[in-house]
Design a protein around this ligand. Structure first.
Ligand code: MRU
Length: 332
């Protein structure tokens, strides 16, 4: 199913992106060629989701040479973009792809064009991988599946049609998925704002639930399977995804419900042996002490806010990628 919104696009040497911090109430597009602005957009989750972060960072690093081919500017842009978010491996993978292209062509007078060409390839590959994942993922559904998902692993999280949510959309298109339960996904509501936005646009029936409602629905036998995305998958299959994903997996295990991860191969970090090596981003306290700009608790209370958690491989029924569907024991 084609989306009627564009997440990321490269037009006339500028990056155009939808501002996800304002969705679903405001559909605002931002156009920029400024590396710092793109870095800030990633930090503020205006651009978010592992594959989308990677593609945006690739364009940003290439754009650092648009007006001036200067190695110092390139290196400082590389370092700046690397600090934006620590968990999604796609960011580092994409930046390193652009950096190796730079190292190869730095003496070529068309080095900027070479970098943009590589960024466009990364973008196109992401689009292709999303659709390959959806095809591969179809085997997880039986007829009339009622599916739970957490966070947003849809088109908004990629530069294509999405990962886990694209698998669900494909299942719906094939007549296999009846209904989707959408965890609201605290603290930034990627489920209730973004996944709901996409399901609504696609005409797929859904209910938003609070994160703590999922176990209750499983107990009532209203969920047949769960499928979520990932930000980094270790070589043993341990998978980092939005905070709360581990609880979903534990609840699925207890209720004997299959739990799937869908992610492109660019999310697999072969250098990372297990989940213990995955760096987990900590978010600022204001996202918890405030609701939008309204303060809801005492500002001097302590807050602990990890953005991601790690689901151990043994809780994952299978990992769906663009190449294949993998089953335990995982060995990437
Ligand atoms: O903090 P976010 O919104 O960038 O977190 C995103 C997720 O956890 C997604 O599930 C993950 O990146 C997979 S997206 C295809």
């Amino acid at each position: 199913m084609k989306n009627n919104f564009t997440v990321l696009n490269f037009v006339n040497d500028e990056l155009v992106f939808i501002n996800q911090a304002k969705l679903p109430l405001i559909e605002e597009y931002i156009t920029t060629d400024n590396v710092d602005r793109i870095a800030e957009a990633i930090e503020r989750l205006e651009i978010r989701g592992a594959p989308a972060i990677g593609v945006a960072a690739a364009y940003a690093l290439a754009l650092s040479l648009k007006n001036n081919v200067d190695e110092k500017i390139f290196n400082s842009s590389y370092e700046r973009l690397k600090t934006t978010r620590p968990t999604a491996v796609n960011l580092f993978w994409a930046l390193n792809e652009i950096k190796s292209t730079y190292d190869k062509y730095k003496d070529d007078k068309n080095v900027y064009e070479k970098l943009i060409k590589r960024a466009v390839e990364i973008h196109n590959e992401d689009i292709r991988k999303c659709d390959a994942m959806a095809e591969n993922g179809l085997i997880i559904f039986k007829k009339h599946s009622r599916v739970l998902t957490h966070c947003n692993a849809g088109a908004l999280a990629t530069s294509g049609n999405g990962t886990a949510l694209n698998v669900i959309k494909k299942g719906f298109d094939e007549g296999l998925v009846d209904f989707v339960y959408v965890d609201e996904t605290r603290p930034l509501f990627q489920g209730s704002r973004l996944t709901a936005f996409e399901l609504d646009k696609a005409g797929i029936p859904f209910s938003i639930i609070t994160d703590s409602t999922a176990a209750f629905l499983m107990q009532q036998k209203k969920i047949d399977l769960a499928v979520v995305g990932a930000d980094r998958i270790a070589s043993n299959g341990d998978s980092a995804n939005k905070i709360g994903t581990y609880s979903v997996a534990v609840n699925c295990f207890y209720h004997n419900i299959p739990f799937y991860i869908a992610a492109p191969t660019t999310t697999i970090d072969k250098n990372c042996k297990s989940g213990e090596e995955i760096k987990i981003e900590l978010r600022g306290k204001q996202e918890i002490t405030h609701f939008k700009s309204e303060q809801i608790t005492n500002e001097n209370y302590d807050v602990y806010s990890p953005a991601f958690d790690v689901t151990p491989a043994k809780l994952i029924t299978s990992i769906i990628t663009d190449l294949s569907v993998y089953y335990p024991p995982y060995n990437f």
